[in-house]
Design a protein around this ligand. Structure first.
Ligand code: TNX
Length: 475
């Protein structure tokens, strides 16, 4: 039994909240709770209901413990911040539904992973808000397809750690995964290929709309990527006229090489209407303000012109383009976002011009690299020792003044099953979430190890096939 006036030990939460004040005693919940004010925050209310269902806690207006979801316009909380108080009742306060969703996720981590006859919550007050507004995962569904149910599960798991952007790399040389009604062969032909040993397949527009809504209800924006003008062999194999006329290699591709295919930039009358029409259908599915247009790993005299025109096309539709860092050689409006991925790339000029950055330096965030040196079926081109948990956690975004945040990337040339994806993603994605949420000055790896180690039953309850990380005592 807890001493009645002893303060509680700090709880195991990832990402680490901005401030936690422990109070003496516990709040006990047996059987049911009363819910208040759920109309003002429908997504958070639904997330709370899912949490209660998972723990077999009923909702009963006569229950002695009340959980109160409250929208309150406290500017200090920002767009995603929240306050959580456990006293005689539980109070969750935020300005937005998104903030309340995060409060629910914190409450979820305070509760046990599995149902228990009596639940105990430490009395405390948490005030929390993220350091960065972009806390992302990029999933390559093009090299090897990931089915809808796996994407759903990944969304649920991301939400648990307050990640808020899922970037889907929908097209590449080895596959085209998004139905485009005006260009049906993109999926008929381009959706039928995959990297050697990988999965083929594609999403219908209805499936993608479903995923957008599913993610949105969990506080996550899906950011689509159509990778142009390179990485397009699947598109060229589907519509040969997108290639230059002297191009003889137009077969579907299942190899590992990058940087060989390109839309024929000398046929602007073919290429730009294609990009425009694809973009129109993409925008009708994805409400995300930012739309990723790729632009990586291609050398062509008309590359910069292509990036400028594509960025303008996206802007005309009221959205903002993202390109991989190479796009920064082009002349673009200062709000165009670049995704930094080669640790050594000179991005300084773009930063100087005020371009926002998404930080994915490969030696920290390319989690197709091993959890440990030499892990089978992992790349090591960026860092031969792989990207161990401690390495990823040590990343410091603060030297990048225009950073929106960070994004971990799972490329799937060598990741062909849900189980392999789980193994590469977890627990490293939880560390990425903390890098993006918690200011660097507040983070300590040893403390993360203690908290994350204690959350293992939560990962088990979510059925995550995580890497048994020795640093966390999980071997
Ligand atoms: C680099 S990151 C790539 C991808 C590969 C990845 C493998 C980037 C913009 N291009 O095409 O899948 O490395 O680690």
């Amino acid at each position: 039994m807890a001493e009645p006036d002893a303060a509680n030990a700090a709880p195991h939460l990832v990402p680490l909240p901005r401030s936690v004040s422990m109070h003496p005693g516990e709040l006990r919940i047996a059987g049911a709770v009363e819910l208040r004010d759920t109309a003002s925050a429908p997504d958070a209310a639904a997330a709370l209901k899912r949490t209660l269902d998972a723990l077999e806690i009923g909702v009963d207006a006569a229950a002695s413990v009340r959980i109160h979801l409250q929208r309150f316009d406290d500017a200090a909380l920002g767009d995603e911040g929240y306050r959580l108080v456990v006293g005689d009742h539980v109070q969750l306060v935020a300005r937005t539904d998104a903030g309340l969703l995060h409060a629910v996720q914190t409450l979820r981590q305070l509760l046990p992973a599995q149902p228990q006859a009596e639940l105990r919550l430490p009395r405390l007050e948490i005030v929390d808000a993220p350091a960065y507004r972009w806390r992302g995962l990029s999933l390559d569904v093009a090299r090897s397809f990931l089915p809808v149910d796996y994407v759903e599960r990944t969304i649920d798991r991301m939400a648990r750690f307050k990640l808020n952007r899922l970037h889907l790399h929908l097209t590449d040389d080895q596959g085209w995964r998004i139905e485009i009604k005006r260009w049906p062969k993109l999926v008929e032909i381009g959706g039928a290929s995959a990297v050697e040993g990988g999965r083929s397949g594609w999403y219908t527009q209805d499936e993608l709309r479903h995923l957008v809504a599913y993610a949105q209800a969990r506080g996550i924006t899906i950011v689509p990527e159509i990778d142009v003008p390179g990485h397009v062999q699947a598109a060229l194999a589907s519509y040969n006229e997108l290639a230059c006329d002297d191009e003889d290699n137009l077969a579907p591709y299942s190899g590992l090489e990058v940087g060989f295919s390109v839309l024929c930039l000398d046929k602007p009358e073919v290429v730009y209407p294609f990009v425009q029409q694809v973009l129109e259908e993409v925008l009708a599915i994805f409400p995300s303000r930012e739309i990723h247009m790729g632009g990586d790993e291609i050398k062509h005299p008309r590359y910069a012109e292509f990036v400028s025109r594509t960025a303008a096309m996206v802007a005309e539709q009221g959205r903002t383009a993202i390109f991989w860092e190479e796009g920064s050689v082009a002349d673009t409006a200062p709000d165009v976002v670049f995704q930094f991925w080669n640790d050594g790339y000179d991005i300084a000029a773009a930063v100087e011009e005020g371009h926002p950055l998404i930080l994915s330096p490969c030696s920290y965030f390319y989690i197709d690299h091993g959890n440990y040196a030499g892990q089978p079926q992992t790349y090591d081109w960026c860092r031969k020792e792989g990207v161990p948990l401690a390495r990823l956690y040590a990343f410091d975004p603060t030297p990048f003044p225009t950073a929106l945040g960070i994004e971990a990337a799972l490329w799937t040339e060598l990741v062909h099953t849900d189980a392999a994806a789980d193994n590469r993603l977890w627990p490293r994605l939880a560390a990425a979430a903390e890098v993006a949420w918690t200011p660097t000055a507040q983070r300590r790896y040893a403390d993360f190890v203690r908290r994350m180690g204690a959350l293992r039953p939560h990962l088990d309850a979510m059925d995550i096939g995580y890497h048994p990380e020795p640093d966390l005592g999980w071997q």
